[in-house]
Design a protein around this ligand. Structure first.
Ligand code: ADP
Length: 283
């Protein structure tokens, strides 16, 4: 039998304690680093348009640039950009650190899919793109299941994904919305119950390379920084937080030169007996 000396045990405990302290220091350090990075990102993102606003206004005051409607419009658009950035940042911080106030309502998956196709299809066509949609939702299953979602928030996610697809794909391209059930195992046998609804936004734009694929959901990430007027790189970070807040997952498949598919899932629940899943009130 081993006999431990008190000093051995004390020594081991001390080592463990030391290890814990180091670990805690490490995560504090990482937290501090990410806080610093955030502050510097925010200053940079706000600083760039502010410098340009200041430059324009100074030039107008000095009489170098005429304060005509065209130049004023340029300044105004920069102000809108700053405003959008501040709003998006506030939104993201509420989603990440606060209690996201989701207004959850019960809705059938096929009803949500129809709503989204109607809501976005016309918009996409109007912008000069081809629009396609496909619903692979077996209706008996759809009838017995519901989603618990904040439809406004899901529309916000869709809006972010679709406006990216429109922004990065050349006009005349095709945007496709696909809705399908995800089953617990690979094979969708009729007796199996799907666990989630997957919504896919497919474009045939430039695609996203592998290095960028790992980062697109990070805040402030933009693959092409030269497209400055096009947003601050917060859209996908916000979309991700909303999807996670609904208990879902968000992801991306892409092939350079072929296009990108952004998808997210929303968990499905069996409709309790005696309750109509068509009820959108959730009460
Ligand atoms: P933003 O569009 O404001 O730059 P997002 O967070 O919405 O920010 O997107 C982050 C980056 O991901 C974009 O800057 C772009 O590089 C890339 N991206 C997003 N969607 C697409 C898409 N459909 N096709 C190609 N690139 C995309």
């Amino acid at each position: 039998a081993k006999i431990f000396k008190i000093s051995d045990i004390q020594g081991r405990l001390l080592k463990e304690r030391e290890y814990e302290i180091n670990e805690a220091n490490g995560s504090l350090h990482r937290l501090e680093q990410s806080r610093r990075r955030l502050v510097s990102d925010i200053s940079h993102e706000l600083g760039t348009p502010m410098t340009s606003i200041q430059g324009y206004l100074r030039a107008m005051l000095d009489g170098i640039v005429a304060p005509d409607p065209e130049n004023l419009k340029m300044v105004y658009e920069k102000v809108l950009l700053v405003n959008q950035l501040v709003e998006d940042l506030f939104e993201l911080s509420k989603l990440e650190f606060g209690q996201p106030a989701f207004d959850l309502k019960r809705i059938q998956p096929d009803v949500l899919a129809d709503d989204l196709v109607r809501r976005f299809g016309a918009d996409i066509r109007q912008r000069g793109f081809r629009f396609e949609s496909s619903l692979a939702l077996p209706s008996p299953a759809a009838g017995a299941l519901f989603l618990s979602v904040d439809t406004m928030r899901i529309e916000q996610v869709m809006n972010n994904l679709i406006s990216n697809a429109l922004k990065y794909t050349a006009p005349g391209g095709t945007i496709r919305l696909c809705f399908r059930f995800i089953y617990p195992d690979e094979a969708p046998l009729p007796q199996k119950t799907p666990v989630s609804l997957q919504i896919r936004v497919v474009d045939n734009g430039p695609g996203i390379d592998e290095a960028a694929r790992a980062q697109v959901f990070d805040r402030f990430y933009r693959a092409d920084r030269s497209r400055q007027e096009e947003g601050a790189g917060l859209g996908l970070a916000i979309a991700k937080q909303i999807v996670i807040g609904h208990g879902g997952q968000i992801g991306l498949e892409s092939q350079l030169g072929k296009g990108s598919t952004f998808y997210f899932t929303l968990p499905l629940t069996a409709t309790p007996p005696g309750v109509s899943a068509y009820s959108q009130s959730g009460k």
